[in-house]
Design a protein around this ligand. Structure first.
Ligand SMILES: Cc1cc2nc3c(=O)[nH]c(=O)nc-3n(C[C@H](O)[C@H](O)[C@H](O)COP(=O)(O)OP(=O)(O)OC[C@H]3O[C@@H](n4cnc5c(N)ncnc54)[C@H](O)[C@@H]3O)c2cc1C
Length: 416
């Protein structure tokens, strides 16, 4: 028996006790996320504070910046134990934990880390991403929003578009042009500022799914403190690309698509017992499961053979993708950031999620067309909206065509 497994099992046991004491029943709702909305604000805050107190909102960040300082194997145990009690993730800003935080840890100075990281881990602050502009999406380096140094501030003018959650965010991390004379990639800087600053106007845009989760944001002579310029002046492109890698890595695992490897651990397992490998992909079996209510007859077998074979193919592809995600995670050296290969996962995951949503629509037939009103279950309406929302998966975080370009150039090394 190696001693390596023992501290992990000790950690598991301690976690179980801690979760029993600290995870409110109202937060154990991952099997039916709609129940999260029924919890009180006090319960949500209690859960957030408990998780943040242990550094578990950002489990692998260093402890000195509010993280949990966990190693990969410990992270796996944490995820399994959270899965075991069905814990809903505490509400912290995805843009903070998955995107800005990791680049601040890599490129920020001490003052910036001290100022911003703990607010992210505590869920005190919501961030949004100011990258795309009306004339700069796939060709992001063509961005025109200008920042001009004026004493100890930059004065910012321009506009960002498709800025997700800008209407609920407190601060924005923003790509700005600080030099327009040289090559376009060399005149970009990465800066942070408060969205309540005078001169910021935020205008929500309605999505095809009916929600307004993204916005156009206008800047007119907005003052941003120069101390919040991250990395070197005109050196923002390197940071921008690294942040996109973090974004793509997270999107690959978090769209509810093929890449979402959900650790499902049997409830009756005792700590210390040798564990069976957890199923890798929950989404695939959920797809078949979700078909049942729509299948007439007792044998619960879909009559449409073509649809049956498409579901089976999806399940196989999802399983293979999930294995690849796991292998890539295990191969990655500890502490090494993500690289351009994240584009492969982002591409595949977003296309798979769209495929899954299309299949769900086919399974539901007419029940999948509900938009509002009577005659449809609330779940059916939200599925319809989710299907429409999934159309954006292959656009957000860089389109599928852009991922193919990255793979060709930076992974396969093909010529331009
Ligand atoms: C749901 C959602 C959320 C988003 N959230 C944010 C956010 O929070 N912050 C933010 O900054 N942006 C956000 N975006 C914007 C997103 O990053 C851009 O929409 C995306 O980068 C594409 O840019 P574009 O819309 O300008 O399309 P374009 O760049 O104009 O592309 C149009 C089409 O041309 C294709 N194309 C373009 N260039 C090439 C090429 N070189 N080779 C092959 N094909 C090409 C594209 O693939 C696409 O099909 C979001 C988008 C969506 C859908």
């Amino acid at each position: 028996m190696t001693t390596e497994a023992q501290p992990l099992e000790g950690f598991r046991l301690e976690l179980r006790e801690w979760l029993e004491a600290n995870c409110p029943a109202s937060m154990r709702v991952i099997a039916d996320p709609s129940l999260y909305g029924k919890a009180t604000e006090a319960e949500k805050k209690q859960w957030l504070d408990a998780m943040a107190g242990r550094g578990f909102t950002t489990p692998t960040w260093p402890k000195e910046h509010g993280g949990g300082g966990l190693e990969k194997a410990e992270l796996q145990v944490l995820n399994e134990e959270l899965g075991r009690v069905g814990a809903y993730p505490p509400m912290v800003s995805f843009f903070g934990t998955a995107m800005l935080g990791p680049v601040l840890l890599e490129f920020g100075n001490d003052a910036q880390k001290n100022e911003h990281l703990r607010k992210i881990t505590n869920g005190e602050i919501n961030w949004c991403q100011g990258y795309s502009e009306p004339g700069a999406g796939s060709d992001l380096a063509s961005l025109q929003t200008r920042a001009v140094l004026d004493g100890d501030h930059y004065i910012i003018n321009g506009s960002k578009i498709w800025t997700t959650q800008a209407n609920v965010a407190d601060w924005i991390f923003c790509l700005v042009r600080t030099d327009a004379t040289g090559p376009k990639h060399d005149g970009i800087s990465f800066i942070l500022f408060d969205l309540k600053s005078p001169g910021v106007t935020i205008s929500p845009i309605q999505l095809i799914s009916g929600s307004s989760e993204f916005c156009q944001v206008f800047f007119q002579d907005v003052k941003a403190d120069a101390k919040n310029l991250v990395g070197p002046l005109n050196g923002g492109w390197t940071i921008a690309k690294r942040l996109l890698e973090h974004e793509r890595k997270t999107l690959s695992g978090g769209m509810g698509g093929a890449g979402m490897a959900v650790p499902v651990v049997k409830k009756d397992k005792k700590a210390g017992e040798k564990k069976k490998k957890a199923p890798l992909v929950a989404s695939a079996s959920l797809l078949a499961e979700s078909a049942r209510p729509y299948i007439p007859g007792d044998d619960k077998r879909l009559g449409d053979a073509d649809l049956r074979s498409k579901i089976a193919q999806y399940e196989l592809d999802a399983l293979c993708f999930s294995f690849s995600m796991r292998r890539s995670g295990e191969e990655g050296k500890a502490g090494r950031g993500p690289g351009p290969a994240t584009s492969m996962f982002k591409l595949y995951s977003s296309e798979m999620n769209k495929r899954k949503m299309e299949l769900q629509m086919s399974i539901r037939g007419a029940n999948g067309l509900g938009w509002e009103g009577e005659g449809f279950e609330p779940g059916e309406i939200s599925e319809t909206r989710g299907w429409l929302r999934s159309k954006g998966n292959s656009i957000e975080g860089g389109t599928s065509e852009v991922q193919l370009n990255v793979i060709a150039k930076r992974v396969l090394g093909l010529p331009d």
